[in-house]
Design a protein around this ligand. Structure first.
Ligand SMILES: NC(=O)c1ccc[n+]([C@@H]2O[C@H](COP(=O)([O-])OP(=O)(O)OC[C@H]3O[C@@H](n4cnc5c(N)ncnc54)[C@H](O)[C@@H]3O)[C@@H](O)[C@H]2O)c1
Ligand SMILES: CCCCCCCC=O
Length: 492
């Protein structure tokens, strides 16, 4: 896309946003339903694009890309009236007769930048919440999954408002240009290194960011567990999408490994329709360089032409090995021996806070201990990755694995401003009289008391408090009369 085209797309989205047409709920509902229709009517095109980009199977496209989006749209459609309703909150005595509530308003024009590994889900999932919250959205898919990027550029304008939701395609020069422009929020999914570039560009405009990054997610296996089931669940999570998943278990802290790979992919994973491919040559050679000098326990064979790397296991890995220094993001699973839980906790805490942590054990005390003594974006016990699929949980990182979170209502919140609203009437002025000059000891006492009392927001409570307010106002009226009399008879 030409630079001028990028500027025009963003300016067009801002102009369209200013017309106010994203504000009515009916408009947002219409756009969400259109998005739903887009996913249903184009299942095959979506599958073909993901097959070309990442050799994804029909099963994986349904389970990992599309179903979650359908669920999120249904949730937003069902909950939108609740999410957007004013939230009445508790108040102090000084505002007891007033309407006090939080109003969720759209942020404006937001930018969503996706990664290439789940190139549909990682763009559309945040888009759902951004539309629900009433924003205009500039969409930047990853150029690395080029077939999906092109498909999104073709399909989205056919279903959604063309001006409000433009798709900008391109690589580093186009993204750099895009990031020079002003947005009201940026949600970026990708690597920590590009995350820094995004945050730096955003800082120039004081634009808030949500950064969905990656890192090395550890997986601790305690001997008190069903090892057979544990290894199966871990292998599923490590090797799906050929290991190119942000929350895949990156390495194992344990000594033994039972091998479920034959059961998943047969004797030759290269011929299995369920086994994916590395996205490009650059990433394949990056992965091969991580394996250099290591004694591969299982797999390790590859085919550059086919972008194939076998499901690979490396046992007894030294914590200082290259494969332990960066996120693997491929079908390689190092096993690092640890002496026990204490050792595992120290190992995890000595490194950057991960996006996910996995613990396999039957020991409830150990589960509580590990959750209490470590930190990560999310944690799943006795399975991997499934916390991602639960819309009522916030999904995001901590420290170097990310800033902010989304999914379900959290996406709507990410793209909304919580506006503090107080609506007063002109009545009950005697309640206010305590804060007006001239200041007196008695007024100070009353004001302090009125400001300190906080009251809930239920209807019954509001009525009781209202009544109390009238009584206080009356008392203050009498009191004020004496105060004035006192001031008049005691000048100075
Ligand atoms: N937390 C999550 O939800 C999540 C999901 C998927 C991937 N990830 C992480 O993303 C990483 C892999 O994804 P990726 O390779 O697509 O990430 P990436 O950082 O290379 O690219 C992400 C986006 O940034 C843009 N980009 C790339 N280089 C840029 C530059 N120099 N200046 C400006 N923009 C640039 C790309 O066009 C793309 O849209 C891994 O670290 C993975 O863990 C995180
Ligand atoms: C149920 C697991 C889905 C995993 C999708 C992860 C997206 C990040 O790479």
């Amino acid at each position: 896309m030409e630079m001028k085209g990028i500027q025009q797309a963003v300016a067009g989205a801002r102009m369209a946003y200013r017309t106010g047409r994203t504000r009515p709920l009916a408009f947002r509902v219409k756009q969400l339903k259109a998005l739903q229709k887009m996913l249903t009517e184009n299942e095959d095109k979506i599958f073909q694009a993901l097959k070309k980009d990442l050799h994804k199977s029909q099963f994986d496209v349904a389970i990992f890309e599309v179903v979650g989006l359908q669920n999120e749209i249904t949730l937003a459609l069902n909950k939108l009236p609740d999410w957007t309703a004013p939230e009445f909150v508790s108040k102090n005595m000084l505002t007891i007769m007033d309407e006090v509530y939080i109003h969720r308003e759209p942020l404006g024009v937001v930018l969503i930048m996706g990664a290439w590994n789940y190139p549909l889900a990682l763009v559309i999932q945040p888009l759902i919440g951004a539309i629900a919250a009433g924003n205009a959205v500039v969409i930047k898919p990853s150029e690395v999954s080029e077939n999906m990027a092109q498909l999104l550029q073709k399909l989205l304008p056919q279903y959604l408002d063309k001006e409000l939701y433009p798709v900008v395609n391109g690589a580093v020069p186009e993204t750099t240009e895009l990031l020079k422009l002003q947005f009201d929020h940026i949600l970026f999914t990708g690597s920590s290194s590009v995350g820094k570039i995004v945050m730096e560009a955003a800082a120039k405009h004081l634009t808030p960011v949500t950064l969905e990054l990656g890192g090395k997610s550890p997986c601790y296996i305690n001997k008190n567990c069903n090892l057979d089931v544990a290894c199966r669940r871990i292998a599923w999570a490590r090797y799906v999408n050929c290991g190119q998943t942000c929350i895949a278990p990156d390495y194992i802290l344990f000594n033994i490994w039972l091998d479920p790979l034959q059961m998943f992919y047969g004797d030759d994973p290269q011929t299995s329709p369920d086994y994916g491919r590395i996205v490009n040559r650059h990433h394949l050679s990056r992965l091969l360089s991580l394996l250099e000098g290591l004694k591969v326990t299982h797999g390790g064979d590859y085919n550059t032409q086919q972008l194939y790397l076998a499901p690979t296991i490396v046992a007894n890995v030294d914590p200082n090995a290259k494969v332990m220094q960066e996120e693997i993001f491929g079908p390689v699973l190092p096993i690092v021996p640890v002496a026990g839980a204490e050792d595992a906790i120290n190992f995890i805490n000595n490194r950057d806070k991960p996006l996910a942590l996995y613990i396999f054990t039957n020991d409830k005390k150990l589960i509580n201990r590990m959750i209490a003594e470590t930190s990560s974006g999310g944690v799943t016990v006795n399975d991997c990755m499934i916390h991602y699929s639960i819309s009522s949980l916030p999904f995001g990182g901590i420290g170097k694995s990310g800033i902010g979170a989304y999914h379900g209502k959290f996406t709507f919140e990410t793209f909304s401003h919580r506006r503090a609203c107080v609506i007063k009437s002109f009545r009950m002025e005697s309640l206010n009289s305590v804060r007006y000059p001239p200041a007196t000891e008695s007024k100070l006492k009353w004001t302090r008391w009125l400001l300190m009392k906080s009251h809930g927001s239920s209807r019954m409570k509001q009525m009781m408090i209202g009544l109390l307010g009238v009584l206080i106002a009356m008392a203050l009226k009498v009191n004020n009369k004496y105060l004035h009399l006192y001031s008049a008879t005691h000048p100075g």
